[in-house]
Design a protein around this ligand. Structure first.
Ligand code: AMP
Length: 282
C-alpha cells in the first residue's frame, strides 16, 4: 500500500492512473478503523481499479473541542487494517494540507442539517461537507463509499455531490452497516464501552427490529413510545427515537402505508453517544 501525506504527491500519482482510464474508488475515514470501515474498502476494491482510503480527523466537524481531542488515534493499527483489506493507497494529510486557509464555504443542505444529528451537533454537517469537498477535489474519485451506519451523513454527501459543480459524475455507494454478533453497530466509540455496556448496547439494534416488526399504517406514536421505554429500561438516555421519510428525513407520525421509512436512534450509555438506524420498508 502506498502512503501519501502531501496533497501534491497524491495528486500527481493519481493523475497518472486516471490517464490510463482506471476507476478510482475512495473511502474517507477518521481512522480508529474497524470492520465497518474495512467493509467499505473491500466493496470499493471489488468495483474499482484502485482504492484510496483516507485517515483525517477533521477539526471543522467537531463543535466540542474536547471531543476532537478525545477522538481515538490508532494510525499504526489502521495501516495494518487497510493493508489487510487490500487498500491500494492511504492518504494521510495534516490539517494544513486540507485547509491551507480556513474553509469559509457554506453548503445549501436545507433541512437535512437541522434535523436529528444536525440539531444535536450544530455545524457538524457543514464541517463534514468542507472536508469531503476538499478530499473529493484532491482525489477526484469516480466512485465513493460511505456507510449506512451514518444514514443522515449519506444523504448529506449525496446532496453535496448533486449541488457541487464537477462532482456530478461521482458515483455514490451506500454500504450496509457492519454489526457485532449481538447486533451492535460497529463504531470507534464502542472502544469506550465496558464489556457489560457492549452487551447492553445491543438494545439499540433490538429496538430497531421491534420498530420494523410492529410497523403498521396509521399512528406511529405507540410503537415509538414503547421503543423509547425499551431504551430507558436498558439504562440509555435517548437523544432521539424517531421514524422519518427515508428520502427527506422529515419525521413521520402517521404513516400512509406507502412512504419509505427509516427508524433513527441516538442514545447515551453513560457519556458515550451511540447512533444507529434501520430502513423499515424494504
Ligand atoms: P468515520 O471514520 O466514523 O468518519 O467513518 C468513515 C466511514 O465508515 C463512514 O462512511 C461511516 O459511515 C463508515 N462506517 C462507520 N461505521 C460503520 C459500520 N459499522 N458499518 C459500515 N460503515 C461504517
Amino acid at each position: 500500500m502506498w502512503i501519501f501525506k502531501r496533497v501534491a504527491d497524491i495528486q500527481s500519482f493519481l493523475q497518472k492512473r486516471t490517464s490510463k482510464n482506471e476507476k478510482i474508488g475512495f473511502v474517507p475515514t477518521m481512522g480508529a478503523l474497524h470492520e465497518g470501515h474495512t467493509s467499505l474498502i473491500k466493496k470499493s476494491k471489488s468495483e474499482c481499479d484502485i482504492t484510496v482510503g483516507s485517515v483525517f480527523v477533521n477539526p471543522t466537524q467537531f463543535n466540542d473541542k474536547k471531543d476532537l481531542d478525545k477522538y481515538p488515534r490508532t494510525i499504526e493499527n489502521d495501516v495494518i487494517a487497510l493493508i489487510n483489506a487490500g487498500c491500494d493507497l492511504l492518504f494521510l494529510p495534516d490539517v494544513s494540507g486540507i485547509y491551507p486557509e480556513p474553509s469559509v464555504k457554506k453548503y445549501a443542505l436545507g433541512t437535512l442539517e437541522t434535523v436529528y444529528e444536525g440539531s444535536s451537533r450544530p455545524g457538524h454537517f457543514q464541517g463534514g461537507c468542507q472536508v469531503v469537498d476538499r478530499l473529493f477535489e484532491i482525489v477526484k474519485p469516480d466512485a465513493v463509499f460511505f456507510g449506512q451506519k451514518d444514514y443522515q451523513q449519506c444523504m448529506v454527501i449525496s446532496r453535496l455531490i448533486d449541488i457541487t459543480p464537477g462532482f456530478e459524475n461521482i458515483e455514490m455507494n451506500i454500504v450496509p452497516t457492519t454489526r457485532e454478533e449481538n447486533g451492535l453497530a460497529m463504531s470507534s466509540r464502542n472502544m469506550r464501552l465496558s464489556d457489560g455496556q457492549r452487551a447492553n448496547a445491543a438494545t439499540i439494534y433490538q429496538t430497531l427490529i421491534y420498530l420494523k416488526e410492529h410497523l403498521a399504517q396509521g399512528d406511529l406514536s405507540n410503537i415509538l413510545k414503547s421503543a423509547y421505554e425499551k431504551l430507558v429500561e436498558a439504562g440509555f438516555k435517548p437523544d432521539y427515537v424517531s421514524i422519518a421519510d427515508a428520502k427527506t428525513l422529515q419525521s413521520v407520525e402517521n404513516w400512509d402505508g406507502g412512504t419509505p421509512l427509516v427508524a433513527l436512534i441516538a442514545a447515551f450509555l453513560e457519556e458515550v453517544r451511540l447512533i444507529d438506524n434501520m430502513v423499515l420498508t424494504d
